[in-house]
Design a protein around this ligand. Structure first.
Ligand SMILES: [Mn+2]
Length: 322
């Protein structure tokens, strides 16, 4: 499979690269990593994301400024597409329209167990911590390029982001070994942490405070629940707070097995994040509401009121406990 992927990168000449909307550390890290591989192979490529702007937290990564927002794309004469960290092609947002009008081969590289295998070639490894880990495996197995400092930063950032700095159960010997190797290649761990975690605005910290104030327990303390019903979040807050990680404060409480976090979605309705600390498979719960993800981290969108969404979710979690 790795050989098939390196052949795909070597034999084609111009590529569209993209990842999911609200691109995070692994999405941007893997996008830039594949962009760097293609740069080394002297292949034409365009890195395009739905987001405008793209999360500026990651601008310390080399070639970040070469990522273009969909709104800024004119005619891109690409022949094939590579989609990274994207379980469902709908998650590409507006970028999906670039492939809808034409028949192009798609390389789909991802680690979400819910991946729909929409590609012509699909490399889905749900045992990998992150898409960046898979990219590193491809490079190491095929020797397609050598990993320089810039590429090491891309890979390290994606792995540490998705493992929550080696705290989640997707942390493995391989993910840690790769990060060690990336540090040997020149990655400064503190520099990455500083840009990604330690430069928050005051407003975003106040919102974090508000979220923590809403924390409550259900099901005899086995479920932690947080909601940001009243807050109006700015675009900057979305980048600052790591909204997707706020849910982790629920499972940080002793005895909590499942965490739920509700917030207003930019596009309307409610965005739901789910976490599981132990055996409950939250991917199955998210799927009931047309969402998905991993067994320990998943999400979905709901159009109900906050109260109704909460009631429906708690009902399903209770069923899962039985
Ligand atoms: Mn990922």
């Amino acid at each position: 499979m790795f050989k098939k992927i390196s052949d795909f990168l070597i034999k084609n000449d111009s590529f569209l690269l993209s990842s999911h909307l609200n691109a995070d550390g692994d999405a941007i890290g893997s996008l830039l990593a594949v962009g760097t591989i293609l740069k080394k192979l002297k292949k034409k490529h365009w890195m395009v994301l739905h987001d405008n702007p793209v999360n500026p937290k990651f601008k310390f990564l080399k070639d970040f400024e070469k990522i273009i927002s969909f709104d800024e794309t004119r005619n891109i004469p690409f022949e094939v597409a590579v989609f990274l960290d994207t379980a469902d092609s709908d998650r590409l947002g507006t970028v999906k329209s670039l492939i809808e009008k034409r028949k192009v081969s798609i390389l789909n590289i991802d680690h979400h167990v819910s991946n729909l295998r929409y590609g012509t070639i699909n490399l889905v490894d749900s045992k990998a911590s992150s898409t960046c880990e898979i990219i590193c495996n491809i490079i190491e197995e095929t020797g397609i390029v050598t990993i320089d400092k810039a590429l090491a930063y891309h890979i390290y950032t994606g792995i540490t982001y998705d493992t929550f700095r080696f705290a989640f159960s997707n942390t493995t010997v391989n993910s840690m070994r790769i990060c060690t190797d990336m540090v040997k290649k020149g990655v400064d761990c503190h520099e990455v942490s500083k840009h990604v975690y330690f430069e928050k605005t005051l407003h975003s910290m106040k919102i974090l405070g508000e979220a923590l104030k809403s924390l409550e327990l259900h099901c005899g303390g086995r479920v932690g629940f947080i909601s940001l019903e009243k807050s109006v979040l700015t675009e900057e807050d979305n980048f600052q707070i790591d909204l997707d990680n706020l849910v982790n404060y629920t499972t940080a409480v002793e005895g909590v097995e499942v965490g739920i976090f509700l917030r207003r979605a930019k596009e309307g309705g409610i965005k739901v994040s789910l976490r599981s600390k132990d055996s409950i498979d939250v991917n199955r719960i998210a799927r009931i509401f047309n969402g998905g993800g991993h067994s320990k981290a998943a999400g979905c969108r709901m159009s109900e009121s906050f109260d109704e969404a909460k009631r429906l979710l708690l009902k399903e979690v209770k069923k899962a406990f039985r």
